[in-house]
Design a protein. Structure first.
Length: 637
């Protein structure tokens, strides 16, 4: 989400200076590519590990800064959400035991974080999207309190016209409007880097685009968001929309999103991507850059290209070109941003091994993939993999149709193994990691499928909040055991030990699927809805979804009684509803909610956020909770 050195002063003069520096950086990179100054003849890999922090109730924990203070490890840093952290792994030469060393380092950093997190009563989890996330976790109070995050959110919201619209259709449908970029904080990734030379960038970038779909199909791990079952890798759909800064006018003109796969092959150079992104997308942040990169280059020194890196950090290609400096030498990398975090370090390293092996094996087999693949097929494959995982159907070489599962098992795993072997990767490591991919695909049990199967097994047996918390509890437990996801038993409600944690706030208890009426609706309609759905309370909304009243079974009976013996006339809801009812928020403690109901003599509480209805809690909900807890206590005793 940006560089630590960005400035809070975004005057017109400073922005103009930043754009001038950005153009200088492009010219400097062009000169370095022309003169062969980009490091070549070496291949390195690296990774960024994002992680989620959860409290004792397996909900997002606002403890990132406290944990960082305990760790004091420069490899671990903040993320947009205060319930996330990121670990930056050391770059390694691609060969021999680099994959097992990556797993070892990743596991060690996670263990350090777990130890520090435990001191804050927090646990660490690797998952694409945390199942227990709710809208209340996506406000500014859950954003890491660092100025650059708030500035980025402000600028992107301004560009988007004040809010971001999200519509994702899967097994369920999620449609929300959000006023900041915190929806992006839902996404947790395992981003891998592949260093390339300037001369081979175009060929290998196109290859990375081609192999992304089958690798993602085997790696999907984000099937739910805000208690909706969506895509197998919902991160793809969510990120494309949660950072969409286009106004409606720009959308109507067909202007591209900042989060994108791309629209065509790269022909010759990474400059094509950098130039296109600068031309299409305005700079939204600036930094104090004291010296021109052209001047630095003319002195014979290596320019950091800071402006280019900052701007590139606000463009979210799924395969993103990156510039960096290692040991005083400038280099280029392809950053794959598609892979989700988790479910375990072993699963992640298996995904990375599959990606690196395919990059190598397909480069040997095809060379220039533009001669064998149509770009539109490659892009379509990517979207199919994100939506359906292993159930996706692809158009492969020369448009040949195939299933993701068959393609991976029959063709791509042997090709990846050969690619790793020719690059000198230890045979035992190749066997271990690609064996995980084989068993995962053969069983059909990706992280996403495990979560969906677990939810299906628990369906109808408990309220949604308990099912998603049980799912998360099982994820934490199995993640800590470290075995690959295809071996995990399905999550069960019985695995959900601290039952009391499900009922601490009204947001955990409330019913979200609420039947409502409008104030100008006919009372007879409200009565029919209450009869059909066996309801004792119906909230009354206006056209904008704001709560304006409450209609109860008792007030409805009184209003009907007043009509007895008189000439029947249409009666609108506004005439009989209780205006301005007593309300609460999702964060209201449950005991406080009970006291509110007792104090005001009401039997339900509409739950609102910014005056808009998000759920309802009734005395019946508390009776059901008491019944469940009593039954469990009796069974355990």
């Amino acid at each position: 989400m940006g560089d630590h050195l960005i400035s809070d002063d975004h005057s017109s003069e400073q922005m103009l200076g930043f754009v001038k520096a950005l153009l200088d950086d492009v010219h400097a990179l062009e000169d370095m590519l022309r003169d062969g100054l980009i490091e070549a003849d070496v291949r390195r890999i690296g990774a960024e590990q994002e992680m989620v922090l959860v409290d004792e109730a397996f909900r997002p924990a606002k403890t990132a800064l406290k944990i960082l203070d305990r760790l004091r490890n420069p490899q671990i840093t903040t993320e947009l959400g205060i319930f996330n952290l990121e670990a930056n792994l050391e770059p390694r030469l691609f060969g021999k035991d680099c994959l097992s060393l990556m797993e070892y380092e990743m596991t060690a950093l996670l263990e350090q974080t777990r130890v520090a997190a435990a001191e804050e009563k927090t646990r660490v989890l690797l998952c694409g999207i945390l199942p227990t996330l709710e809208r209340t976790h996506l406000g500014f109070d859950y954003m890491t309190p660092i100025p650059r995050y708030h500035r980025l959110s402000q600028r992107m919201a301004e560009l988007a016209g004040g809010s971001f619209q999200t519509l994702i259709k899967g097994l369920d449908q999620l449609q929300i409007t959000h006023e900041n970029v915190m929806l992006e904080a839902c996404n947790t990734s395992f981003q891998v880097h592949f260093q390339v030379s300037g001369g081979e960038f175009a060929r290998l970038y196109n290859l990375a685009q081609t192999v992304t779909a089958p690798v993602l199909a085997a790696a999907v791990n984000s099937p739910v968001m805000l208690q909706h079952r969506l895509w197998h890798e919902t991160r793809v759909a969510l990120m494309q929309q949660s950072l969409d800064t286009r106004t409606q006018a720009l959308t109507d003109r067909g202007v591209r999103r900042r989060v994108r796969f791309g629209d065509a092959w790269v022909q010759e150079s990474p400059l094509e991507l950098f130039r296109e992104d600068i031309a299409r997308f305005r700079s939204i942040i600036a930094a104090d850059l004291p010296e021109s990169s052209i001047d630095v280059l003319e002195r014979g020194e290596v320019p950091p290209l800071k402006a280019l890196c900052i701007h590139n950090g606000t463009i979210y290609r799924w395969n993103r070109p990156c510039y960096g400096i290692t040991d005083g030498k400038p280099h280029l990398r392809i950053e794959n941003r598609v892979l989700p975090a988790g479910p375990t370090p072993l699963d992640q390293c298996a995904n990375a091994a599959f990606l690196f092996g395919l990059m190598s094996g397909m480069d040997d087999l095809f060379g220039d993939v533009r001669e064998s693949f149509d770009f539109d097929d490659v892009k379509s494959n990517f979207l199919a993999a994100a939506r359906y995982g292993l159930h996706a159907r692809f158009q492969w070489v020369e448009g040949r149709p195939c299933t993701a599962e068959a393609l991976i098992l029959e063709e791509l795993l042997p090709l990846a193994r050969e690619g790793l072997s020719k690059r000198g990767i230890d045979a035992a490591d190749a066997d271990r990691y690609l064996g995980v991919i084989h068993d995962r695909v053969a069983s059909g049990r990706t992280g996403a499928q495990w979560a969906l199967d677990s939810l299906a097994a628990m369906n109808g047996r408990q309220r949604d909040e308990s099912r998603y918390r049980s799912l998360t509890a099982a994820m934490v437990r199995e993640h800590e055991r470290g075995q690959p996801v295809h071996t995990w038993p399905l999550a069960t409600l019985e695995a959900d030990k601290p039952e009391r944690e499900s009922y601490r706030t009204l947001g955990q208890i409330m019913t979200k699927d609420v039947f409502t009426v409008h104030s100008d609706d006919l009372v007879d309609l409200a009565a029919a809805v209450m009869d059909w759905k066996h309801l004792r309370h119906v909230p009354v909304e206006d056209e904008q979804g704001r709560l304006v009243g409450l209609l109860s079974h008792r007030t409805l009976l009184r209003s009907l009684g007043r009509c007895v013996g008189r000439e029947a006339r249409p009666l609108p809801v506004r005439d009989v509803m209780t205006p301005d009812p007593v309300t609460a928020t999702p964060d209201t403690p449950s005991m406080q909610g009970i006291e509110q109901m007792r104090e005001h003599g009401v039997s339900c509480l509409p739950i609102v956020v910014n005056e808009r209805l998000v759920g309802i809690v009734s005395e019946r909900d508390f009776i059901d909770i008491s019944k469940n807890l009593l039954e469990r206590w009796l069974n355990e005793s």
